[in-house]
Design a binder for this molecule. Structure first.
Ligand code: ACO
Length: 431
């Protein structure tokens, strides 16, 4: 089922310099820039940040920011978070349909069989980093390095080779992520335990010490799996756009995924939940919440981290689910002491005209960091925890883009620099 209705409507634009008009159909909520160009050749749309530009057609994720709706392949995020698993959601994103029982068994087995990484990646590559390397920097580099281990990665139009890289990337991401963490805290690497499920296996690689088999708390494993579901895709966000842009040059999927992960690293995107924890820690006590809000409003205190979203102009539906998950996690781990500060911040901001008039509501990152912290993850691991599930979304978009035979991404610019001028030798330059 398509998320957007087709409506037989159109707009007409007139070039007032020539009086010429052109009628352009409105399709799926968009107008074709190619049609505009027929009337206005050489005139470009000026749209920094792509706030009004649809760069592709996509059938993967539907998002209505005003209504607070998020669906993967038509299925509401609330139902998936309640009833599905991350691996099933990854299959859904990549294949368009929920798997049958036998399809799921094959998928899960394939992923499980590819969790190991080449010993050279761990021993020579990852162990070559400086002792205090940020695990996200390590992950970005390690994913890019994988392309050198799988020479068939370049066969992006070979269905079997493509599927192999998809499986490898989804399967190895938790192993690389945990390896980066273990290295950064000086702990020995833990090999995957293929008797465990995807998320449990990741937790085992993160936390196992000397016990023969790591016993995963099922509430925490499920909570992390739900967080993975919520983070698996979010249509044309910054990192997915990076994936599509890099992939549009037909580079291999490891290189494109590394680029996407690099985009996710920034504090305006995947780094926001880390910024939330730093902000809450800095606020420190309930008494400081109101003065902090005032400092944000006056522009002195920076932004309220974990608030606001380019697309959601009402409550982020993922934030609602995460709030519930947080309660379940805190029942096991004990309450994160920063929670009360977060709740008070939210309460004040949601009744403050500054935030309501700008439609600034908590986003997915406002509470996710509190959960990760309560589960024992260091702040540096937060963007890494985001990258693990988002790999499924990135790859779904990469496949879709290749199947659409899309053009190489190559925007235009409005040149605002100097006019043509002659080179001046250094001796002849003023000053
Ligand atoms: N705190 C205070 N004011 C804010 C915030 C915020 N978190 N976010 C936006 N505003 C204000 C801006 O100052 C601006 O005000 P003005 O109109 O008076 O100048 C107005 O709201 C619009 O802001 P923009 O920057 O134009 O909004 P944009 O859509 O470009 O930014 C973004 C979205 C980057 C997410 C922004 O809201 C932000 O920086 N939030 C904090 C960081 C964050 O939580 N990022 C995670 C996003 S979710 C994700 O990536 C998974």
């Amino acid at each position: 089922m398509k998320g957007v209705r087709r409506v037989a409507e159109s707009i007409t634009i007139t070039d007032n310099r020539t009086g010429e008009s052109i009628e352009i159909p409105l399709e799926d909520g968009g107008v074709s820039a190619a049609q505009f160009s027929k009337l206005l050749p050489g005139t470009w749309f000026f749209d920094p940040g792509f706030t009004a530009t649809a760069a592709c057609e996509s059938a993967i994720t539907y998002l209505d920011g005003d209504a607070g709706i998020l669906r993967y392949r038509g299925y509401p995020i609330e139902q998936l978070a309640e009833e599905s698993t991350f691996l099933e959601v990854a299959y859904l994103l990549l294949n368009g349909e929920l798997p049958t029982a036998s399809e799921y068994d094959v998928w899960e087995r394939e992923i499980t069989l590819h969790t190991f990484i080449h010993e050279n990646v761990r021993k020579r590559f990852l162990e070559g980093f400086h002792y205090d390397a940020h695990p996200m920097g390590m992950l970005v580099s390690a994913v890019a390095a994988l392309s050198t281990f799988y020479l068939d990665a370049k066969d992006i139009f070979d269905a079997d080779a493509r599927q192999k890289q998809v499986i490898r990337l989804i399967a190895k991401m938790p192993t690389l992520a945990a390896a980066a963490h273990r290295f950064s805290v000086g702990m020995p690497f833990v090999y995957p335990d293929n008797s465990l499920k995807f998320t449990e296996n990741f937790l085992s690689m993160m936390w196992k010490i000397a016990e023969p088999r790591f016993e995963v708390n099922p509430v925490l494993a499920r909570a992390l799996d739900v967080l993975f579901i919520l983070h698996a895709d979010h249509e044309q966000n910054c990192s997915t756009t990076a994936m599509r842009v890099v992939g549009s040059s037909h580079s291999d999927p490891y290189s494109a995924t590394a680029a996407a992960a690099a985009a996710l690293y920034g504090p305006r995107h995947g780094g926001a939940n880390e910024a939330v924890i730093r902000m809450l820690t800095e606020i420190g006590s309930l008494d400081n919440v109101e003065p902090f809000i005032e400092s944000v409003k006056s522009g002195q205190g920076g932004r309220l981290q974990g608030f606001g979203h380019r697309v959601y102009k009402s409550y982020d539906p993922r934030a609602t689910i995460i709030k519930r998950t947080a309660d379940e996690v805190f029942a096991v781990t004990g309450k994160n002491p920063l929670l009360d500060i977060a709740l008070k911040l939210e309460e004040i901001a949601l009744s403050d005209e500054y935030f309501t008039s700008r439609k600034l509501y908590p986003n997915v990152d406002f509470y996710s960091g509190l959960i990760y912290q309560a589960m024992g993850f260091p702040l540096e691991m937060f963007p890494v925890l985001f990258a693990i599930p988002r790999t499924a979304g990135w790859l779904a978009h990469w496949q879709e883009m290749l199947d659409q035979d899309s053009k190489i991404a190559r925007p235009r610019q409005l040149y605002i620099g100097a006019d043509a001028r002659d080179y001046v030798p250094m001796v002849g330059r003023p000053g």
